[in-house]
Design a protein around this ligand. Structure first.
Ligand SMILES: Cc1cc2nc3c(=O)[nH]c(=O)nc-3n(C[C@H](O)[C@H](O)[C@H](O)COP(=O)(O)O)c2cc1C
Length: 190
């Protein structure tokens, strides 16, 4: 069974992106995957500094995040758009997880991992611009990024009373993305 790790690039309480990644996680389970949802708030790590890495190594929580990436075949990533790009908290976690420790293979966390991208924003563009730069970043890290992607515009208006962002149109789009991610990961794993 394909293992999928789902996380967002927001550590904000009430994050729209954490809400859509949870909806996408359910869609991936429906597509036959085993899914782990995490919140980067639980993996708080310092801003990357090479001197500190040289002196103290990769921090425990950064290594724990990287280990999760290594153990999963595919990732579902929902990113906020900050000034048309990804937030520092997401890039920082991705950077730490790109660092090789011991006898790990180069880019062990990323090579040949299938990635499904999505974004949610309160605005009319739904974070479309972050999807382009995040796609480029993940591809440069040797991931295989699914052609499908989802952006949810005016996402704040689509939250239900329980804070879930899984209205029917969003759910349908996320199902198409999740099915593609799971199917690509199955093929790469075979
Ligand atoms: C520093 C900053 C820059 C932002 N830039 C954009 C932007 O370029 N495009 C956009 O649609 N929203 C932008 N926003 C609004 C975020 O998309 C919005 O806060 C969103 O809810 C964040 O995602 P979250 O709910 O998952 O935390 C920005 C917000 C912040 C704090």
């Amino acid at each position: 069974m394909v293992k999928v790790l789902a996380f967002s690039g927001s550590t904000r309480r009430g994050s729209l992106n954490q809400a859509i990644v949870e909806c996408a996680a359910q869609a991936a389970r429906n597509a036959g995957a085993e899914v782990t949802v995490i919140n980067l708030a639980d993996y708080a790590m310092p801003i990357y500094n090479q001197d500190e890495e040289d002196d103290y190594g990769v921090p425990e929580r950064a290594q724990a995040f990287k280990q999760l990436l290594i153990e999963h075949d595919a990732f579902l990533i929902a990113s906020p758009e900050y000034n048309s790009s990804y937030p520092a908290v997401l890039k920082n976690a991705i950077d730490w997880a790109s660092r090789k420790v011991g006898d790990e293979a180069v880019l062990a966390a990323y090579k040949d991992k299938v990635v499904g991208l999505m974004a949610a924003s309160g605005g009319a563009l739904g974070g479309m611009r972050v999807l382009m730069v995040l796609r480029m970043l993940m591809q440069n890290l040797m991931c295989v990024v699914a052609p499908q992607q989802v952006s949810v515009a005016r996402a704040g208006e689509k939250l239900d009373a329980a804070g879930k962002l899984c209205d029917e149109p969003t759910q349908k789009q996320l199902a198409v993305l999740a099915q593609q991610v799971v199917s690509m990961a199955e093929k790469l794993k075979a």
